[in-house]
Design a protein around this ligand. Structure first.
Ligand code: 9Z3
Length: 401
């Protein structure tokens, strides 16, 4: 296979890509779980959203020691899943293994270590040598009770299915299978593609089987087939065995854009497909999001900048208003170490209209009932999206127009 997958027709790229890889080992099990989950919610006429979340890895070796990864911790996906559940959706959460999960995200990873929320109570007065029971610290009781109740509700009522992936190829296989399995849902299916999917990868036929060596293999091992120097992947220099080289040149192909196939082939008739567009350059965001919507003819692109993604996003739609900004009001923005708050509004100013100020800097009112100081932007995104999905369901369900 010498042609780039990106140069092929989407259906041809699909068959070439999927024929190159063995399906993930967990796929049959995931399919069985998903089938049962979907059947249950079809029977209840419930809406089901497939949320993708977290980054994908790009292995450099088939027996993978090293891989390329990206920044995503899965905050967007895990947080959005909670708001979808709150809106009555059942959620298939296709996530990067070990990334953040709905509900447990509040108490995981190094920033929110669950141990910091706990204490050991004083032992009972009549048995001073006994151990005290482990308790949630009083200041966290209310919040944790709330999270725990929602988590248990989702679990007991079968509303949340967690399916992990690691590599970009695994992600693709899982996405294709799940989309096809979701067909009985028809317009009740929603795709919310928040995972940060790698744009570049090493095709299987060019990938080294074994760990890439950083120095020359001794002559007495040269005939050892396990260390065949021809197999050593050195990018541009791959026809030459490395000569004690410490330099590795990695040569990546573009990952085929499977959004075409999702929209035109895999996804249920009448379902809604929402993709995300991530940029770092504010002047490009709106343009790139619009281009993606035109290219794939789906229903919504949610654009976000790496630096402001926790406080603002833009909805790009085929129907008016075409561009709609959602922003967390200044006073309710959560603090973020990596974020740059002074960039909020910049992508709207710089999109080429030549505006002095963003047109819609009036801020969306906070939703009622939240007692946190900070608002999660997903609490604005999901209700807006649900309204759009509702409209589509009405349009695409026979007898409901
Ligand atoms: C996003 O844009 C997500 O919002 C983030 C969330 C990955 C920025 P975090 O995990 O970050 O909460 O820290 N996801 C989509 C990114 C992406 O790969 N989009 C593709 C593209 O931009 C299109 S499908 O080309």
């Amino acid at each position: 296979m010498s042609a780039l997958l990106g140069d092929m027709e989407p259906a041809e790229a699909e068959s070439v890509y999927f024929n190159e890889y063995p399906p993930p080992k967990a796929l049959p099990k995931h399919e069985a779980l998903a089938r049962a989950f979907i059947d249950l919610h079809v029977a209840d006429n419930r809406r089901v959203v497939l949320v993708t979340s977290g980054g994908t890895t790009v292995p450099l070796e088939a027996q993978t020691v090293r891989f390329i990864d990206n920044f995503s911790a899965g905050t967007r996906g895990a947080t959005s899943a909670e708001y979808f559940l709150q809106e009555g959706y059942a959620v298939i959460f296709l996530h990067r293994q070990y990334s953040l999960l709905p509900y447990s995200r509040h108490y995981s990873h190094s920033t929110n270590c669950f141990l910091d929320f706990m204490d050991e109570a004083a032992p009972a007065a009549d048995s001073p040598n006994a151990h005290g029971s482990i308790q949630v610290r009083s200041e966290y009781q209310d919040e944790m009770r709330d999270v725990l109740r929602k988590y248990r509700y989702a679990k007991q009522n079968n509303r949340l299915l967690l399916l992990p992936f690691t590599t970009v190829a695994e992600y693709m296989f899982e996405l294709r299978s799940l989309a096809k399995l979701m067909r009985p849902l028809g317009p009740n299916a929603l795709f919310y593609l928040a995972a940060a999917v790698s744009d570049f990868f090493i095709p299987r036929h060019r990938m080294a089987e074994h760990k890439i060596q950083s120095s020359e293999i001794p002559a007495n091992l040269e005939n050892n087939s396990a260390l065949d120097s021809e197999e050593i992947y050195t990018g541009e220099n791959e026809t030459q065995p490395p000569k004690n080289s410490k330099k590795l040149v990695v040569n990546l192909d573009p990952v085929p854009k499977f959004l075409h196939r999702l929209v035109d082939g895999w996804a249920p008739e009448g379902s809604m497909v929402v993709s995300f567009k991530l940029e770092t350059d504010p002047s490009l965001l709106v343009y790139k999001a619009r281009t993606a919507l035109q290219r794939y003819s789906h229903h919504l692109v949610i654009g976000n900048l790496l630096s402001t993604r926790k406080w603002e996003v833009v909805f790009i739609t085929p129907d008016p208003p075409h561009e709609r900004w959602l922003r967390v009001p200044k006073a309710r923005r959560s603090k973020s170490i990596s974020g740059m708050e002074d960039q909020v509004g910049l992508a709207e100013i710089m999109k080429g209209k030549g505006e002095e100020h963003p047109s819609q800097m009036e801020e969306n009112p906070p939703p009622g009932g939240l007692d946190h100081d900070g608002i999660e932007i997903e609490s604005l995104i999901i209700p807006e999206l649900v309204k759009l999905h509702e409209k589509m369901i009405q349009k695409n369900t026979p007898g409901q127009q």
